[in-house]
Design a protein around this ligand. Sequence first.
Ligand SMILES: [Zn+2]
Length: 82
Amino acid sequence: MAMQRSRCRSCRAEIVWATTGAGKAMPVDAEPVDDGNVLLDEDDGYLFATVVSPGQIPLDGSPLYASHFASCPNSSQHRKRQ
Ligand SMILES: [Zn+2]
């Protein structure tokens, strides 16, 4: 998947930006994780994020990712700045 990576401004982790079903931009950890709950789909150069229930494994074996809002050690700073 040709995802454009960037870095979190506060903790410098590698992230990708995806658009949620609500049309909002959401930072997602660039590497898939075993206990993730975000499914990424690439379409026409855009990444779309779908949040699935915890423990739900995609039938097609797609990797799951974690929202960087949840995993960022500095997430409280994100909220202050925005
Ligand atoms: Zn971060």
